[in-house]
Design a protein around this ligand. Structure first.
Ligand SMILES: NC(=O)c1ccc[n+]([C@@H]2O[C@H](COP(=O)([O-])OP(=O)(O)OC[C@H]3O[C@@H](n4cnc5c(N)ncnc54)[C@H](O)[C@@H]3O)[C@@H](O)[C@H]2O)c1
Length: 297
């Protein structure tokens, strides 16, 4: 169902009205993808979600909680037959796709949470396949439809993936961290090979937020504590909605010249070493903002 323009919703500054977006990775209403789907609908876009297997019913419940209940299409991104069926269904419904959110990651516990040195090649491969190769699988499957999407000059459809800063090694993140480093490289190569078709591929590197995927990492609280204490702009693990702005920007025609990019939506954490706490209060300017666990917005 197409969302109509809501005069009280997100203004259509980004040109989403009437556009069509596939949003993967909605598990529940904590999912970063759920907040993205909601914002897209509020901006006038039409949205379809994906879900799969045992958790599909949970995704369907979350889909019914969106401003405009969205259909959920089957997609286990590691199954070529699902990608085939998804592409055919999107072609049947829409003909063209204006953008895709890739919000997919999963790894066996044996590949996470301090098990790095003993992970089997099968489990490491599964983590890499789900977290990184899946951006290639999804984007190449939908490329014919993305080539027909978009609208600003030569810009066609836009693909955005969700990343976590992989410039260093995080305790416990293990093969998922290797997966995210690989995801960055996959993004750049997709940008290289699909640029001539006008298809853009970018990532948003998010700070830690409390979701099922986030919680699967045993060190999540330690990482999130550090973020909340040290990010220059402050941070809140309880606020996935704050990540949506950069995702919408990259999906929109405002980012028509941007591809192969990683935008950090992390309160500035990637840019600092000792953290904002080490700076103290700058003379004459006032205390730096500290969001902590409480939402200040
Ligand atoms: N939560 C965080 O702190 C954080 C930080 C940075 C990046 N991210 C990334 O954001 C993305 C979304 O995660 P989230 O935090 O919203 O958690 P989430 O648990 O809500 O979402 C993860 C999604 O991945 C989907 N998924 C897993 N395996 C799949 C498969 N084989 N095929 C299709 N879908 C599959 C799940 O169904 C789920 O919807 C992930 O890529 C994650 O790595 C999360």
């Amino acid at each position: 169902m197409r969302a109509s323009r809501d005069p009280h919703g997100v203004p259509d500054l980004l040109g989403f009205s009437g556009r069509r977006y596939l949003v993967t990775g909605v598990l529940n209403d904590d999912s970063i993808a759920w907040h993205t789907a909601r914002a897209l609908q509020e901006a006038g876009a039409e949205v379809l979600l994906t879900g799969f297997g045992r958790t599909r019913r949970i995704t369907e419940a979350a889909a019914s909680g969106l401003p405009y209940p969205a259909d959920v299409l089957e997609l286990d991104v590691t199954r070529p037959e699902d990608l085939d069926a998804l592409t055919k269904e999107l072609e049947r419904r829409w003909g063209a796709v204006d953008g895709v959110l890739h919000a997919i990651a999963a790894a066996p516990q044996s590949a996470l949470s301090g098990n790095f040195l003993t992970t089997s090649v099968e489990d490491a491969t599964l983590a890499l396949r789900t977290a990184a190769f899946s951006l290639h699988s999804l984007t190449t499957a939908l490329a014919p439809l993305l080539r027909e999407g978009g609208g600003a000059g030569a810009a066609r459809g836009s693909v955005v993936g969700l990343d976590f800063d992989s410039s260093g090694a995080w305790p416990g993140y293990d093969w998922m961290g290797v997966g995210k480093a690989t995801l960055g490289a996959v993004c750049r190569y997709l940008a290289l090979y699909l640029g001539h078709s006008g298809i853009r591929v970018n990532l948003v590197a998010a700070g830690p937020v409390e979701t099922v995927a986030g919680r699967a990492v045993s060190t999540f609280d330690r990482i999130a504590d550090r973020w909340e204490q040290e990010a220059p702009l402050g941070w809140s693990r309880a606020d996935p909605a704050r990540l949506v702005g950069p995702v919408l920007f990259l999906l929109s025609d405002l980012a028509a010249t941007v591809t192969g990019e990683i935008v950090h939506a992390d309160g500035g954490m990637h840019a600092v070493r000792m953290g904002a706490g080490a700076v103290g209060e700058p003379p004459g300017i006032g205390a730096p903002p500290r969001a902590g666990k409480e939402d200040r917005s």
